[in-house]
Design a protein around this ligand. Structure first.
Ligand SMILES: NC(=O)c1ccc[n+]([C@@H]2O[C@H](COP(=O)([O-])OP(=O)(O)OC[C@H]3O[C@@H](n4cnc5c(N)ncnc54)[C@H](O)[C@@H]3O)[C@@H](O)[C@H]2O)c1
Length: 364
């Protein structure tokens, strides 16, 4: 199988490509614009493979997308290219509208035109898999509220996001992802394009861009800089190790039922403050510091519109496709910290680029 992966130079896209080249005989075409978040060093281990090639293309450029599709004749598309950072979407939403909505529309139209020209056998097997986030669902009741007397009277409980949860995005990022999910479903319903959508919780692991929460905290701690935590740090996220996500995406694109949505998550709900404290404690063990890393934690003004809690019910993908995560949060976070300690030179190179040192804040 030949798979066109968009956004393959990013954090999750590169993990997917490494997974495919390592574990299958499939070919991969990586289509990526290489924004500040794209980094080809993440693909060093596969770049010499005859089954891998790279095309520097913007998904909003229809002529170039058509050229790549025509030249490589893919059997499926895994669409990950996106602007992905919530804080950036608050400061400058335009790029999110352009890439996440217009870009997805452009890719859908190019894929539809191509799919219509395929033979019956190939068109039946063709898949357009759109990778999305649990942030499209908005936020869930938080235990601090649910356990309060007024909440028990109103019947609030600790629910999870399922595939049927209504969309209620809070940030420009999540609203742009919600829009793109709707477009993808409409292209299935209206034109019959065999689409799949997955909505995943927060990922973490190697090659995560250092503006995001976990790498930012690791690197700041090692530099003796403050560890900025939004609000009281009580926001809850459901963390999934990136390689578990990559395995899930390959399962869905190869075995998923067209038109279906699958939620992906690790049932690893943690308060942001717990995540930061865990990082400090593991660092204290691996790189002991005279001044405990926990002393660097500082609370900063909360992000506007900050969702309180996300948590995914991943029982459908477990039941129907037999996927389940291999890493617990404890094993995954330790591996991640060890990876950063062994790859500080990568972090430095990425940070020397467009990393905005002056911006402090909790990143999700
Ligand atoms: N990171 C998470 O925790 C998470 C969780 C759930 C879903 N997702 C989704 O997974 C996908 C990948 O996320 P990520 O964290 O790897 O993002 P990322 O920001 O690390 O990577 C995005 C990649 O897309 C490329 N790109 C951006 N605009 C482009 C354009 N116009 N044309 C072509 N390429 C472009 C970038 O160069 C980069 O390589 C996104 O769609 C995101 O919404 C992410």
């Amino acid at each position: 199988m030949k798979i066109l992966v968009t956004g393959g130079a990013g954090f999750i896209g590169s993990a997917v490509i490494r997974h495919i080249i390592r574990n299958t005989t499939d070919e991969v075409i990586n289509l990526d614009k290489l924004t500040y978040a794209g980094n080809l060093e993440t693909l060093a281990e596969v770049s010499d493979s005859e089954r891998y090639c790279f095309e520097r293309v913007d998904i909003c450029d229809r002529a170039e997308v058509d050229r790549v599709i025509e030249q490589h004749n893919p059997d499926s598309v895994l669409h990950l290219a996106a602007e992905s950072h919530v804080d950036r979407s608050i400061d400058g939403p335009a790029a999110f509208i352009e890439t996440n909505i217009v870009g997805t529309y452009t890719l859908l139209e190019a894929a539809r035109q191509y799919w219509q020209t395929l033979s019956a056998t190939r068109s039946e097997k063709f898949r357009f898999h759109h990778i999305s986030t649990d942030e499209v669902f908005g936020d869930l009741p938080h235990p601090d509220e649910v356990l309060s007397p007024s909440a028990s009277e109103s019947g609030d409980k600790l629910s999870l996001f399922t595939e049927k949860t209504a969309y209620a995005p809070s940030s420009p990022y999540s609203a742009s992802k919600a829009s793109s999910d709707h477009l993808v479903r409409a292209w299935k319903r209206t034109y019959g394009l065999p689409t799949l959508v997955t909505n995943c919780s927060n990922n973490y692991g190697p090659y995560h861009f250092p503006e995001k929460l976990i790498p930012l905290m690791i690197l700041n701690a090692l530099d003796g800089k403050p560890l900025p935590v939004y609000g009281k740090g009580d926001q809850i996220r459901d963390w999934l190790y990136v390689e578990d996500h990559a395995r899930a995406l390959y399962k869905v694109v190869t075995e998923g039922v067209p038109g279906e949505t699958y939620n992906i998550g690790g049932r690893n709900e943690r308060r942001n403050i717990e995540v930061v404290e865990t990082i400090c404690d593991i660092l204290q063990e691996l790189r002991p510091s005279d001044k405990p890393y926990r002393d660097l934690i500082t609370f900063v003004q909360d992000r506007p519109g900050h969702d309180r809690r996300y948590a995914i019910d991943a029982s459908k993908i477990q039941r129907e496709l037999g996927w389940s995560p291999q890493e617990t949060f404890e094993t995954g976070i330790r591996k991640t910290i060890e990876w950063y300690l062994n790859n500080l030179d990568w972090c430095q190179r990425v940070q020397n680029g467009s990393y905005q040192r002056e911006r402090l804040g909790m990143r999700s």
